[in-house]
Design a protein around this ligand. Structure first.
Ligand code: ATP
Length: 306
């Protein structure tokens, strides 16, 4: 079984469903409200655990009710939370307003995530036991850099999701084995809207790049080889929230098990295609048995779009 450590965020998503987003100073009446455990780190941890990896999470939750629920959600998914700190104050929260067209406006308050600024000896020892370290940009940048540099020193593969998009310090890029932006993040990082051109530009800094392309699939590029586009299964999407995190978690599992990159992308896309057919983020993530069944019999999954 491949072993994955996630150094990342946990957030409680507080989602209000409204006819339209309010302007500043205005009040609108919503029609429903949900609290959904999330955060890119926790979502990737759940996705990888369900896809069949042994997963441990390094992060922080607050000493509040949300923190209790965020930890319990990870534990329910068999994610090891021994190094998930509980700190004074609030857990990370994402305040999300979703309108009738599915458009959204989001305020993220990092809360406990913002307190994790450096690694402990225990964190370093845990990273050293992993095949892969998954990183995103929802923790303070110094600890993300420290995590990547530590993993590189210990010979652990690093996979970075550069979200939310922001300039990446050279030492972080230098310690990244595989960079996985979506097409908007790839464009923000390079100034290039064509994914192939963006991937080529990113290969100057990292040896391998995967750019996710939504319903169009994903693009794999490595130094010295032609980029390959892997189309996604055609499915009827109900809710694409968390599709990217499902893809990354499953991709890390497939690569950790030694599948060649194009096959690993196809396997991860099968997982993501299953997730977009269900509501929610972590709640929609498929189990390994479902991914395997759909991967080997794609007709289970695909709809005829004609
Ligand atoms: P999100 O922020 O919604 O979690 P993202 O912007 O990080 O996602 P995307 O490129 O939108 O990432 O999607 C990630 C992967 O999910 C894609 O590469 C694809 O495999 C799958 N996917 C997304 N949308 C669809 C869809 N409508 N049909 C099939 N697969 C999809």
């Amino acid at each position: 079984m491949t072993s994955i450590v996630v150094l990342g965020s946990t957030n409680m998503d507080l989602v209000a469903y409204v006819p339209r987003a309010p302007a500043l100073g205005e009040t609108v009446t919503g029609r429903a409200f949900r609290t959904i455990p999330g955060g890119k780190g926790a979502n990737q941890a759940v996705a990888a655990a369900r896809a069949g990896a042994e997963v441990a999470m390094i992060g922080a939750v607050g000493a509040d009710d949300f923190g209790v629920r965020l930890r319990a959600t990870l534990e329910h998914c068999a994610v090891d939370t021994d190094l998930l700190r509980t700190v004074e104050g609030s857990s990370g929260t994402a305040h999300i307003v979703v309108d009738e067209e599915g458009g959204n406006a989001i305020v993220v308050v990092p809360g406990a995530n913002g307190t994790l600024t450096s690694l402990s000896h225990g964190d370093e020892a845990l990273i050293g036991t992993a095949d892969t370290l998954l990183l995103q940009l929802e923790l303070p940048l110094p600890v993300v850099v420290e995590g990547a540099v530590t993993a590189r020193r210990l010979g652990v593969r690093t996979l970075l999701t550069p979200a939310p998009a922001q300039p990446l310090p050279p030492e972080l890029l230098a310690a990244t084995d595989l960079l996985v932006p979506n097409e908007h993040e790839a464009a923000a990082l390079t100034g290039l809207t064509d994914p192939r051109a963006a991937a080529q530009a990113l290969l100057r800094f990292v040896p391998e790049v995967v750019i996710t392309l939504g319903a169009a699939g994903s693009l794999y590029a490595s130094r010295g080889a032609e980029p390959v586009t892997v189309p996604a299964p055609r499915v009827r999407a109900v809710d694409t929230t968390g599709a990217g995190d499902t893809f990354v978690g499953a991709l890390a599992v497939a690569l950790g098990e030694g599948r060649p990159a194009p096959e690993a992308l196809a396997w991860a896309q099968t997982a993501a295609a299953l997730s977009v057919q269900r509501e929610g983020a972590s709640t929609s993530m498929p189990y390994r048995v479902e991914i395997e069944a759909a991967f080997h019999s794609p007709h289970i999954l695909e709809v005829d779009s004609a």
